[in-house]
Design a protein around this ligand. Sequence first.
Ligand code: TYM
Length: 334
Amino acid sequence: MSKQRILSGITPSGNSLHIGNYFGAVQPQIQLQHSAQTYYFVADLHALTTIQNREVLEKNIFEVVLDYLALGLDPEQCVLFRQSDVPAHSQLAVVLGNYISFGQMQRMHAFKDKLQKDTTVESINMGLFNYPILMAADILLYKPYGVPVGEDQRQHIELTRDIAENFNRTYNTDVFPLPEPLISQEVGKIIGTDGQRKMSKSLGNIIGIFEDEAVIRKQIMGAYTDPNRKRATDPGSVEGNTVFLYHDLINDNVDEVAELKARYQAGTVGDVEVKEKLFTAHQRMFAPARQRRAELAQDPERVKEILREGAQKAQAFAQQTLEEVYTVIGVKGV
Ligand code: TYM
């Protein structure tokens, strides 16, 4: 039996990934490389909704590819490519817009959130409004069984399923299998250092992976702990305490974590020591990736070559689906 196909992507809207991206999406994606046929891509055209500066976009794309490779995506095991290198993504998006209503698009969270912040539709570009349609094209082109992502992408996958169903029903076909959202209960939504909202670059509540050590240390030191604890000698709460949440994710020394939790609850350890240990665990966990990233950064030609090869493989698959769709809708046979 052939391996199940999996697809996922990352938007290069920031210049590097944070631990929310890593635990929520990238780590599961890396694990799937071995058991599934995997397609992973950098969604550069999606980034245009916010990044409209050539130098910044070019840099972000390169940085995110470096992050992805350094963290463990293996071009021998997966197809790694750039969205804009495979024109079928844009071509299918033009088609798919016809199988979803304007009303349903208006209910998408990203659009609604933006509208709430900026209060006027005049300030929202159509790229942002159409974003979920391009994302549906990204997914459906590869007919994947599942899409490993964080919780914030669930609505997009649901919309993709709606579009696929609508399309299949309209033409009485089964061209598009319905993709499953592969979202972890435990790590699908990593909370930011403010202890409240999803970790997100735009909210400034992240812990990075590849930033300078001084930056990471500062991010960790600024993390929310137990607000009711005034002194290190007060018994503290471990539940809902972001620093312990991060310890559980990052610190491979489980005995140390158990001991810190017990001391915290007993009021025999201060926040600073708990955070120092978290910083050390972060260094330990990501040191090999940082090393690999530094080496890869010296070899941009190799990175380009990986993307070129990935694009060729992705295009071969995507083009087949596009032709199938063109035939079904009636623009191919004439
Ligand atoms: P993006 O680039 O915002 O995020 C990349 C991945 O990281 C996950 N993520 C998180 N997971 C857990 N906790 C968090 N705090 C957290 N923050 C981010 C995201 O859910 C995502 O899986 N629209 C997508 C990119 C995309 C895509 C696609 C994904 C474009 N086309 C097709 C899958 C399939 C995005 O902007 O993700």
